[in-house]
Design a protein around this ligand. Structure first.
Ligand SMILES: *[C@@H]1O[C@H](CO)[C@@H](O)[C@H](O)[C@H]1NC(C)=O
Ligand SMILES: *[C@@H]1O[C@H](CO)[C@@H](O)[C@H](O)[C@H]1NC(C)=O
Ligand SMILES: *[C@@H]1O[C@H](CO)[C@@H](O)[C@H](O)[C@H]1NC(C)=O
Ligand SMILES: *[C@@H]1O[C@H](CO)[C@@H](O)[C@H](O)[C@H]1NC(C)=O
Length: 353
């Protein structure tokens, strides 16, 4: 009899596990379609005790007065995401490397992951190493020999100093040598493509043999993604490396896009756009990105975070990002804890599936 009870118990347990697995591995579920719900168990970490969080993202420390924005969890409509487990992640990353490659949105994403790991396993030892000229910073969790790296690369493609000036080469990616053999690669570029004026870090754009003073930036972006896609096809061994593209992280500078034309960018926004649909126009960069990704033969997973992040007009540092970026109105990066934690939960859900 006792045996029977145990058997039943085992059967029930199995059912529960299968159900949980069924939920997280629901391949027919679009995890990018959903809404933001309040969850009292959020935020996933206290940024004040995270040794990794950048000053520019630590909105609580920078005296942002409202706190509700910390408590939103992304809930897909058709299924549930696995909860993040930093210890499990470190075990899976034992002897391995994950690298974020891109602009400061990649840094935002990377620091979020480090804080999430630290909050799960506060005792995990780590060492940091910065590789000066290459623009890489690596944290190694030494008990696991797990490396979590950021490679700062604004455009993914090269910028080369030549006699005429700094030339952006739309068909060259020499930095790709730093990405070879990395187990998990998460790429992103977009925010710098529209940059002009004194902070634009190049003087000319080279496309094939032709050198231009300037060209349509969306078209240039498309060409660079095409070059990157060819790099993936030529260099990635899918048995060794899993490749992700972070998607286009949206900004909130124009309140007309969410029905508040008088809003001063994202300043004072305390709640997300309700529901699942952002009223503004879809991102042209995302359309170009998706078109280019379709031409890549090797597997690349798009973390399609644009729509879910668009809803989070409340998620940016605005005045609480130390004013380092965009003259004190940073509606482009994200507070930590915050929206990039969700990008990492999505990444985590895709990494081992
Ligand atoms: C994002 O929103 C646009 C416009 O509402 C829609 O066409 C698109 O299907 C959405 N994408 C996802 C992944 O939900
Ligand atoms: C975060 O940590 C700081 C420093 O230990 C502490 O003062 C603060 O109360 C914590 N915040 C929350 C929300 O737990
Ligand atoms: C899986 O996704 C489908 C379609 O989105 C949905 O109908 C179904 O209920 C989901 N199953 C689970 C276990 O979440
Ligand atoms: C904001 O968007 C609206 C609608 O697209 C547009 O008419 C307006 O010019 C934009 N405002 C700014 C400051 O760009």
């Amino acid at each position: 009899m006792v045996f029977k009870v145990h058997q039943h118990f085992g059967f029930l347990l199995l059912l529960v596990i299968v159900f949980i697995n069924g939920e997280c591995k629901n391949s027919s579920c679009d995890v990018f379609h959903g809404s933001w719900v309040i969850d009292q168990s959020y935020p996933l970490y206290n940024a004040s005790v995270c040794p990794f969080v950048g000053k520019e993202f630590d909105c609580v420390k920078n005296k942002r007065p409202d706190q509700q924005y910390l408590q939103y969890r992304w809930q897909p409509h058709a299924c549930s995401l696995s909860r993040f487990n930093g210890r499990y992640l470190l075990e899976k990353l034992r002897g391995k490397t994950i690298m974020f490659v891109g602009d400061s949105l990649s840094k935002n994403h990377w620091l979020s992951l480090l804080c999430m790991i630290h909050s799960s396993v506060p005792s995990a030892h780590f060492v940091v190493k910065a590789y000066g000229a290459s623009g890489m910073t690596a944290y190694t969790f030494t008990d696991y020999e797990a490396k979590v790296i950021y490679h700062h690369s604004l455009y993914l493609v090269d910028i080369v100093k030549e006699k005429i000036g700094r030339v952006m080469k739309l068909d060259s990616i020499t930095n790709g040598k730093l990405w070879l053999g990395v187990d998990y690669l998460v790429f992103n570029t977009w925010h710098w493509w529209s940059r002009r004026g004194p902070t634009q870090p190049f003087d000319f754009i080279q496309d094939g043999e032709k050198i231009y003073k300037d060209m349509d930036r969306l078209a240039a972006f498309g060409k660079a993604i095409d070059t990157w896609g060819r790099w993936v096809d030529d260099n990635i061994d899918p048995l060794k490396s899993k490749v992700f593209f972070q998607g286009i992280s949206p900004t909130h500078y124009n309140g007309s896009n969410w029905g508040e034309p008088k809003a001063q960018a994202c300043i004072g926004q305390k709640v997300p756009v309700p529901g699942s649909t952002y009223p503004g126009t879809p991102s042209a960069a995302l359309t170009v990105l998706k078109k280019e990704l379709k031409t890549i033969k090797k597997p690349v997973t798009l973390l399609d975070i644009t729509n879910l992040s668009l809803l989070r007009k409340d998620g940016h540092p605005s005045k609480y990002g130390l004013g380092k970026y965009l003259s004190g109105r940073d509606c482009s990066h994200w507070c930590l804890a915050g929206v990039p934690d969700t990008w990492n939960i999505l990444l985590y859900n895709f990494m081992f599936s």
